[in-house]
Design a protein around this ligand. Sequence first.
Ligand code: GLC
Length: 502
Amino acid sequence: MKLRGAGAPRCIAIYCRKAGIEGIYAMKSLVYAVSLASALAVSSASVGAKQVPQALSSHPVPAVQDTETPAQRNARMAWWRQARFGMFIHWGLYAVPAGIWQGKPVNGIGEWIMYNAKIPVADYKKLASQFDPTKFDAHAWVALAKAAGMKYIVITAKHHDGFAMFDSKANPFNIVDATPFKRDPLKELAKEAQKQGIKLGFYYSQDQDWTAPGGAAMTYDKLHDGHWDKAQQGNFAEYLHTKAIPQLKELLSNYQPSPAIIWFDTPTAEMTPQLASEIVKLLNQHPNLIWNNRLGGGYQGDTETPEQNVPAQGYPGRDWETCMTINDTWGYKSTDTNFKSTQELLRTLVDVASKGGNLLLNVGPDAQGVIPAPEAERLQAIGKWLDVNGESIYGTGPTPFPGDHGKFSTTEKTVGDNKPKWMPAWDWRATTRPGKIYIHLLTWPGKAFHLANVTVPVKQAYFLADPKHRPLSYTQTGTALDLQLPGKPLDPNDTVVVLKTD
Ligand code: GLC
């Protein structure tokens, strides 16, 4: 058995790889040139239509991104671009210890407790017998996503700990065979999501698997193997062929409707282009499937996935999705009560949409199957705002106005690729659709608001939240627009002014 240490290429901090990919895209889509006129002129169908960079056809097996035409791609991505807002669900065995192991709190994100506490495989697997989430209610979860204004859900089918949250014939370490619960939550969610008109996707940790022999384990330096238990030693390709690929087959064929998204994670050096191409062969059998940039093996997938941050300019010319926690953990931790405010979360959604991206906002249900109340409350509040202002988010195009609305931090770094973190300024943002510009006033400017670079004549202005759309007074001199406003905002988090241009 070839020990993973010496010489074996190993998962170097994944994010350098991701940085590589970003580098490639930065080069390919250097300039994000959408002039105001063209942004407003384009028909809604092509809002968000993006030039598909000619993918690197060095792939052993061409992926859909390599073969499809821009029109085919725009059709395949249309629902996703329209959606703008989704729910990420991190749920698994790690909800049982909930951040505490042998009476001691374990630092780091909840779903990494096995890794961070170096829990032996045999001990971790014993958690399955304690996992019986009888309060799990697929209807309630999907209804919460719907009430939040979310259009799709991505749930962890298998995370890095290797436990399958679905009925898997490929491996007995799963929720039906190994727990007293014996139900398949993905089956119940698939049915409910279809009933409530929500798209469903599955997160699958294809490389890292801390309980399967041969599964990868993250390492931060070349000197140390990421594994901590002999039971983890094995051959990566064998792990892929006997567990990961068979389980991906199950996830892609055992659920009706079949998943709309596969969300890969933490690609490692073990995932060679050859091995990745075996997974791509499987994905190609599902031509409408959307999958992200975290498969590895040189495949860039459909979407960039910045984590816990919103890039300064987004990813011009590329589909992208910020994934973010409501507190500081993805998987449930009983001790983590550092919940972001509804205002910060809503503003983040607006910030992401104003840069042409999607927001995948996470919830971490507990071991009973209950979504923590502080997370549910914030989602319901965002949903209330979207009930009134959804037109300014769903299916919109990015801001036509230059200007960064923020600055790079001199101290904080982004998760993973360690770049200076972008610190947004919460002044205002803009989104567009043909014939309309939506000005999102995140901080009330007082009785007047000045807007520069308005190169098209504005025909009318009104508050989106005002059902009568009573006209607001404004003057437009050249490309300068000055709006007269009442003393108080209609909504302290974000009051939207619609500028009609046709
Ligand atoms: C990171 C974390 C992983 C989490 C993912 C969500 O990769 O390692 O635990 O699931 O981010 O984006």
